[in-house]
Design a protein. Structure first.
Ligand code: ADP
Ligand code: MG
Length: 351
């Protein structure tokens, strides 16, 4: 188990593609850490650079006390699960799982015993003689995990390990993986482009954009207090309201509606300043009759989300989303009011 420390980590691919841009990051011992970001932002490159499968252009990678920046992958003591699992199709499950031990020149008997033990822990007992082609997607994923675990590495690197599973299996695998990581206590870096997955599983999340980290925090922090418009629009199962607004007379005017200034914005904004008013649909209280400090408009769309509905109001041409609990849903074309909770609203000046 170990701390992972990245300092000024930079990776430039041929063609001047800057996949990692002077990135600093510290991942704690035993932490379940998610790297979250859109496709192409550098998540896989970061993992591969930590694993030693890519060479850093500049900067350093430390695992525990060791600077591993120039060490070969086999000497870094990491276990990696690739997005497509990368199992050896011609090898049995046992041989796949035992592979890292074979590389370490562990004897056959010992490596088969170790493989059997890890396989048992992951519920793969009956499948040891099969080849990957004879396994379901979920079983293949477990074999890939087992292979990463077999040599008992200090660090797990998981590149979108759940993305090839169907929706239902993915939810089961989420719980399974989280529980396994808890029990093993191994420092784990988990890559995903799925914000719900990151929020559900991680101790902390780094949100990446174009080779940089835009925010690091606990799931609660990045959900409640996204640091910028990019993070605000990337996190959340419903789209965060991000409305062009202006500070005016100690209030903020958004979609033609004067609203109280969020407490922490006071003193940081000047009168007349253009800002973005941000509030999640979760933090608007919907009303079918007039109320103060509310966005008011015509109900444009009502989307059923199960135990709640996402109501979209057309407020002077600006679409404002509010989550409404079971039973309180309006009908389209009715008039509606939605009061943002000021203590949950945020102002952004980064556009
Ligand atoms: P992610 O995993 O977040 O989707 P990647 O790390 O795969 O992102 O890619 C980051 C950027 O680096 C992208 O612009 C991608 O096209 C580029 N890239 C990745 N691998 C290579 C490579 N081997 N050669 C050149 N460019 C690459
Ligand atoms: Mg990737």
């Amino acid at each position: 188990m170990a701390v992972i420390t990245l300092r000024g980590l930079t990776k430039v691919y041929p063609g001047d593609v800057r996949a990692l841009d002077a990135l600093d990051l510290e991942i704690a011992d035993g932490e379940f850490f998610a790297l979250l970001g859109p496709s192409g932002c550098g998540k896989t490159t970061l993992l591969r650079t930590v694993a030693g499968l890519e060479t850093a252009t500049a900067g350093s990678v430390r695992i525990g006390e060791t600077d591993v920046t120039r060490l070969a992958p086999g000497r870094r003591d990491v276990g990696m699960v690739f997005q497509d699992y990368a199992l050896f199709p011609h090898m049995s499950v046992t041989d796949n799982i035992a592979y890292p031990l074979r590389i370490k020149k562990t004897g056959k008997e010992e490596r088969h015993a170790a493989a059997a033990e890890v396989a048992a822990a992951l519920g793969l007992d009956g499948l040891l003689a099969r080849r990957p082609g004879e396994l379901s997607g979920g079983q293949q994923q477990r074999v890939a995990l087992a292979r990463a675990m077999a040599a008992r590495p200090r660090v797990f690197l998981l590149d979108e390990p759940l993305s090839n599973l169907d929706a239902r299996l993915r939810l089961e695998a989420r719980t399974f993986l989280k529980k396994l990581q808890r029990e093993l206590g191994v420092t784990t870096v988990f890559v995903t482009h799925d914000q719900a997955e990151a929020l559900a599983m991680a101790d902390r999340i780094a949100v990446m954009e174009a080779g940089r980290i835009r925010q690091i925090g606990t799931p609660a922090e990045v959900f409640r207090r996204p640091a910028n418009v990019f993070v605000a629009s990337f996190i959340g199962s419903t789209p965060m309201n991000l409305i062009d607004a202006r500070v005016r007379g100690g209030q903020v005017e958004a979609a033609g509606t004067p609203l109280p200034l969020p407490a922490e914005a006071r003193g940081l904004v000047t009168d007349g300043q253009a800002v973005v008013y941000g509030v999640r649909p979760d933090y608007l209280d919907y009303s079918a009759s007039p109320v103060d400090d509310a966005f008011s408009g015509r109900v444009a769309v009502v989307e059923n989300l199960g135990s709640s509905s996402l109501v979209t109001l057309d407020v002077e041409g600006v679409l404002v989303h509010a989550l409404v609990g079971e039973g309180g849903e309006p009908e389209p074309d009715e008039r509606g009011w939605a009061v943002p909770r000021t203590e949950r609203a945020l102002l952004y000046s980064d556009g």
